[in-house]
Each structure stands twice: as C-alpha cells, then as structure tokens.
Design a protein around this ligand. Structure first.
Ligand SMILES: Cc1cc2nc3c(=O)[nH]c(=O)nc-3n(C[C@H](O)[C@H](O)[C@H](O)COP(=O)(O)OP(=O)(O)OC[C@H]3O[C@@H](n4cnc5c(N)ncnc54)[C@H](O)[C@@H]3O)c2cc1C
Ligand code: SF4
Length: 482
C-alpha cells in the first residue's frame, strides 16, 4: 500500500506519518515509478469496470479511447493497446506523465466516484507507450505520397509539433520555426525534468525529423522574417507561439536583486539539467542552493518552482498564496507532492513590499480574509488590517501567471486580430485567424492552459489547414504561378 500511495495509484489511501527525509522519499518514488511493471499495469487496467459510460474519455481533451486500451493492457496485448493509444494522441507518454489527471480522466473515473480510487489511467498510458518505444513499435509517420505543398508552423511547443506531425503524415513539406535552440517549447524549458524527462521530448522531436519535418531553430518570427514573408513561402501557416509575458508585481522594493520571474528560473534550471552552462546559475542569482526561497503564486508554475528549489538544496521553501488551499488554481496532487517534499504553504497571504538594500532580504505580506463571492463566483480577497508580517527570503520567485506578447506588433502584422486578453482571435470552427490561410492553436488562442489541450488544438488546426490547402490555398498558388 505504501508503494501504491507514493505512485499515486490509490488516491484515497490513508495518510501515514512518514519520517524519512524528502530526498529518500524522492529516491523511492523514482525507483518505484521506474519499476511500474507489466503486472502492475495489468492490475490497474483490470480495475477498469468497462462501465459503459466512459466519463474518463469524455473528460480527456483528446478523447482517448481509454476503456479499450485498458482492456487490451489487462489482456497483455500491449502492442494493440499502443496502437489504440497513439491513434488519438501525438505524445501519449508525455500526457501520461504530466496531465493533471485528477482534473481530467482520473477525476471522472466511475470507480473514483464510488470512492474506491480511480484507475491510474495516466500511469498505464505512460507504461504502454514507454514499452512501445523500448520495443521499437514507434515509427516515424512518413507520408505515402508527397503533395508538393509547403506549410509553415511558428512555434515548436506541443501545439506546433502535433500539427507538424499530422500535416507531414498527410504529405506536406512542413517547416517548423522556433526562436529557441531546442524544439519542444515549454515541454523543454518550462516543465521541470523531474516531471518530464527531456530525452522523452527529444526522441519525439527526432521522430518528427525522421518523418521529414524541417526544423528551423533560433529563428524568431518578427526578427528573422515577418509573418508576411512566411505567408509568401507557404500555402498555409500555423501560429502556435504560446504565452510568455510574465505577470508582474508593482510594489516597493520590487526592483531588488534576487527577485526573479518563474520562467527565467525554470528555464535556467532546465538548461543546467540539459548540460548547458548558465552564468546566472553559476553566480547563484538563479540557483536556490543554500537560500531561503519564497515563491509567490498558487498555480502549477509556482508548484514547479517550489519543487525545483527543494531539489536545488534550498534551506527553506515557502509558497505565499492569497487564497486558500481549495481555491488554488494548481493541481491538488502537485500541492500534496510539494508538501511531502517539505514545502511550506502560507495560505491567504499577499505580498505588499520587498525588504533589503541591494539584494532582497524578505517579503512583507498581509493576511487575507476571503469575503463574499463576486460575479465569477470566487470569494473576494480582503486585506486584514494590522496583519503585516515579514517572511525572510534570499530568493523570491514570481509565479503570477502569463499573458500573450503583442503578436501583431512582433510579427509586423497589425491586421492580425487579437481578443481583449491579447490572445489570437480565431473562428472556432475553422481555427483561422483574421488573416486568410493563417491558423492558430494552443496557449496563444486559449491563454495559459495544458499540454493535452495544445495537442488537441494542434490536431484540429492541422485538419483545418489541410482542408484550406486543398480547397483554397493550392488553387490560389496555381493561379499566382500562371
Ligand atoms: C512552468 C510550467 C509548467 C507547466 N506544467 C504543465 C503540466 O505539468 N502539465 C500540463 O499539461 N501543462 C503544463 N504547463 C502548460 C503547458 O506547458 C502549456 O499549456 C503548453 O506547453 C502550451 O503549448 P503551446 O504549443 O501552445 O506553447 P509553448 O509550449 O509555449 O510553445 C510555444 C513555442 O513557440 C515559440 N515561439 C514563441 N514566439 C515565437 C516567435 N516569434 N518565433 C518563433 N518561435 C516562437 C517558443 O519558443 C516556444 O517554443 C506548464 C506551463 C508552465 C509555464
Ligand atoms: S491524455 Fe491526459 S486526460 Fe487523456 S487519458 Fe491521457 S492522462 Fe488522461
């Protein structure tokens, strides 16, 4: 039972006091996770009641045929389970690792609803697909015939990569442009390696390259080419650039050294994990080792920061969030993991100022009372008078969320229409933006969301781009060539 609890196999397991160090617990977790055997996958898959009302599938954004692949796994027919699993998802082993299953498939498992603990769908999905990689069942999806048409994809995150794979399989010459040196978007530089190993992403990118997808790294649209230039080169374009403008805090002392944005901190940590030498890590400014760390925010990015800081050897890690535990935007499973690893949560606390002369020494905060619900149904945070306190800190990480960059400005395309939140406005049936033949997918349309939704959007956009290229784009090119 202890092992099952650590793996998250049994969500309703009783909490037992665990006196081991955080490092020991992490080690155990890694070892047990790696040993998720045929037997255990079969055991979990067998727990699926084949209920006939697959709420799990309904709540999976890519509509995975979960009952079928669980049944095949339970019968030991793993290669067939893999075929079914990969039919609806370009990166199933990635989703198996990092989907917030408690909010999606597993949270809606009928067995979970009957309080017996959900089938651990994500772990089985990971297992089936890792097995497929080990056995060489995962092959590049080369097209049966070339269409002689070229498409462009801006952004190599999960949305762009899923679309690229689908379009290549249909026979397009696919060019993917990304401003980073490595492909994968937040899969590489956002999500920490302890949640998603980077070689798992790299082998997917390699599979796309093997299928013939052409990658242009260190290529920033807006700097190295305008959107208009790319539209000249390709019959249709997908914009899948994600959201990268970090929300900031305006408060006295906010300019002190060692107050850093979350993504800068996580990107540095990921780069170091990948073997890059990063000055800001070497000089300690983006390294939590030996520091008292305070993370501001309550989303999944904040959870990634606190858990990374623990791994880097911080002396203490506290997370300040202005609402309470049940109102946190982050996954409850992530919070539980963070607590198990030694993170302290300071609920209903909001930062007001930062102390220190040159370098930050503390966060001055106030206690919050959650008042009546507003129009959105969320309780309004109210400051409790006279409740000020100071949390000592050598490193403060701001994880307050992300907004879209100014894409029309960056791309030199003022006619690219955005919503009032700055996300790209698309026709939700066709996924097309205000520009003819320019489609969009992923976070740049939804706002900060999830990997599995980005994959779904990328797949849908690929279908729409294919329809466009066949009906409008190709004939238009032919006329232009005459
Ligand atoms: C720290 C963190 C942790 C997360 N953890 C999880 C998790 O555990 N589970 C989960 O499901 N989701 C998680 N998410 C959310 C998830 O990563 C995103 O929803 C998903 O990556 C969005 O995919 P995307 O393809 O739309 O964009 P991205 O992954 O952001 O990729 C966009 C790509 O576009 C490129 N780009 C941007 N502008 C340009 C330009 N002008 N020219 C060329 N290239 C450009 C970028 O370099 C990037 O590679 C997390 C997010 C963060 C920030
Ligand atoms: S893709 Fe995500 S939501 Fe769908 S079955 Fe897999 S883990 Fe669950």
């Amino acid at each position: 039972m202890a092992n099952q609890k650590m793996l998250g196999f049994v969500h309703t397991a009783q909490k037992m006091p665990d006196k081991r160090s955080a490092a020991d617990r992490r080690q155990d977790f890694a070892e047990i996770y790696a040993r998720f055997s045929d037997e255990r996958a079969g055991e979990q898959a067998n727990r699926c009641s084949q209920c006939g009302v697959p709420f799990c599938q309904v709540h999976c954004p890519v509509s995975n045929n979960i009952p079928d692949w669980l049944k095949l796994t339970a019968e030991g027919r793993l290669e067939e389970a893999y075929e079914v699993s990969q039919a609806t998802n370009n990166f199933p082993e990635i989703c198996g690792r990092i989907c917030p299953q408690d909010r999606l498939c597993e949270g809606n498992c009928v067995i979970e609803q009957s309080t017996h603990g959900a089938v651990t769908i994500g772990s089985v999905e990971k297992y089936i697909n890792d097995t497929a990689w080990e056995n060489g069942w995962v092959k590049p999806r080369k097209p049966a015939r070339e269409l002689g048409l070229s498409v462009g994809v801006i952004g190599a995150g999960p949305a762009g990569l899923a679309a690229a794979e689908e379009l290549r399989a249909k026979g397009y010459e696919v060019h993917v442009y990304d401003r980073y040196d490595r492909m994968g978007g937040l899969l590489v530089y956002g999500i920490p390696g302890f949640k998603l190993e980077k070689d798992v992403v790299a082998r997917r990118v390699q599979r796309l390259a093997d299928a013939g997808v052409i990658f242009h790294s260190n290529f920033e649209v807006g700097r190295d080419a305008s959107l208009a230039e790319l539209r000249e080169r390709h019959v249709t374009i997908l914009v899948a650039t994600g959201v990268y403008k970090a929300r900031d805090i305006e408060a006295p002392g906010a300019g002190l050294k060692n107050i850093v944005p979350a993504l800068e901190y996580l990107t540095t940590s990921n780069r170091v994990g990948l073997g890059d030498s990063v000055e800001a890590y070497e000089d300690g400014s983006l390294n939590a080792a030996g520091k008292k760390v305070v993370v501001l925010g309550g989303g999944d990015t904040a959870m990634d920061c606190v858990r990374t800081a623990i791994r880097q050897g911080a002396t203490s890690v506290k997370c300040l969030y202005r609402r309470d535990r049940k109102n946190m935007p982050g996954s409850q499973r992530e919070v539980a993991h963070a607590e198990e690893e030694g993170v302290e949560f300071v609920w209903q606390a909001a930062p007001e100022a930062f102390t220190g002369n040159d370098v930050v020494t503390g966060v001055r905060a106030v206690r919050i009372h959650l008042g009546v619900a507003d129009a959105t149904g969320r309780q309004t945070p109210q400051v409790i008078e006279g409740s000020e306190f100071t949390e000592p800190a050598d490193l403060v990480i701001k994880a307050l969320g992300f907004e879209p960059e100014n894409l029309p400005g960056m791309f030199g395309s003022p006619d690219l229409t955005v919503t009032r939140w700055g996300t790209l406005l698309v026709d939700h049936r066709t996924k097309m933006t205000s520009l003819d033949g320019v489609f969009a997918a992923g976070d740049i349309v939804r706002g900060a969301s999830l990997v599995v939704w980005a994959i779904r959007d990328g797949r849908d956009a690929a279908e729409a781009m294919h329809a466009y290229a066949q009906t409008v784009g190709a004939p238009k090119l032919a006329v232009a060539a005459e």
